[in-house]
Design a binder for this molecule. Structure first.
Ligand SMILES: Nc1ncnc2c1ncn2[C@@H]1O[C@H](COP(=O)(O)OP(=O)(O)OP(=O)(O)O)[C@@H](O)[C@H]1O
Ligand SMILES: [Mg+2]
Length: 265
């Protein structure tokens, strides 16, 4: 049982660029930590609902999910479901979220809807928030609710350009909305050792962001792509695959880094 009096550490998985591995990282890092014995909650705030599907929560099971949580129609406990992974629960996403910017745009404290919902208490050790692409109101809610941001970064040509925009947004959120927000780190995704450009971009990102980049990089791996259609993380789909082993290594590094910074995990 997680300690009910302890507030969980809340990590937003965010990058405004689409398709860089946010959801894949949220699912597989959360699963690796859950398999290790921590109680993990994943909150899917992407109308695409890929994290929900990838963890075996079909559309028919979702009800209002994170939409109801944000609009105040459901408590966290009511919106939470069990996934296919022990110790891993999820607040799924429904497509109604697609209108969030318009619907919640005029609401009082519109950037604080998720933060306020989580303030009711949360029985988990770590919470991950899978943010949608873009820097709209949903992503802002993720960043305002979080203690730290984890940024998956695909090792490709425009990677550095995109990330400077994200860093500016994180700074803006820190200044105006959530002064405590930290950068948990940058995770290089879909790396390919046989591809010179991927290697060069990885080296550039490490040269620029230094220790803020996780040592563990996630290689491009077909098993990672296949696992979601079975509703399970790659760890349960093919434990020996390079993808599963990379996410296990990332989870171990995540815990080591948290410990060395003395943040609860
Ligand atoms: N390491 C990997 N190896 C191979 N394929 C991967 C890897 N990581 C992610 N993918 C694939 O790349 C695609 C995009 O990944 P994912 O959905 O995690 O990105 P995302 O940033 O969450 O996208 P979006 O911005 O649309 O939410 C998916 O098809 C996923 O299966
Ligand atoms: Mg996604």
């Amino acid at each position: 049982m997680p300690d009910q009096t302890k507030r969980p550490r809340i990590i937003a998985v965010a990058n405004q660029k689409g398709g860089v591995g946010k959801t894949t990282t949220a699912i597989n890092l959360a699963s690796a930590l859950a398999v290790g014995g921590l109680k993990i909650l994943l909150i899917d705030i992407d109308p695409q609902g890929n994290a929900s599907t990838g963890l075996g929560v079909g559309h028919e099971l979702r009800q209002g999910g994170s939409y109801d949580l944000l609009s105040g129609d459901a408590s966290l406990a009511q919106a939470t479901l069990q996934t296919t992974v022990e110790n891993l629960t999820i607040v799924p996403a429904v497509s109604d979220l697609i209108g969030a910017d318009l619907e919640f745009g005029q609401v009082d404290q519109r950037e604080f809807l998720l933060r306020n919902a989580l303030a009711q208490g949360c029985p988990a050790d770590i919470v991950f928030i899978d943010c949608p692409p873009g820097l709209g109101l949903l992503t802002l809610n993720g960043l305002v609710a979080a203690d730290a941001v984890l940024v998956p970064l695909q090792a490709e040509f425009f990677a550095l350009e995109g990330i400077s925009q994200l860093m500016r947004t994180i700074d803006m959120v820190k200044q105006r909305l959530n002064p405590q927000l930290e950068l948990e780190g940058i995770v290089l995704t879909m790396t390919d050792k046989r591809n010179n450009l991927s290697e060069q971009v990885s080296a550039d990102v490490r040269g620029y962001f230094k220790a803020q980049v996780f040592d563990t990089a996630i290689p491009r791996n077909i098993r990672i792509t296949e696992a979601p259609s079975h509703g399970i993380p790659v760890l349960l789909y093919d434990f020996r695959s390079a993808g599963a082993q990379a996410y296990l290594a990332l989870a171990a590094e995540f815990l080591r880094r948290a410990k060395s910074r003395k943040v609860p995990a």
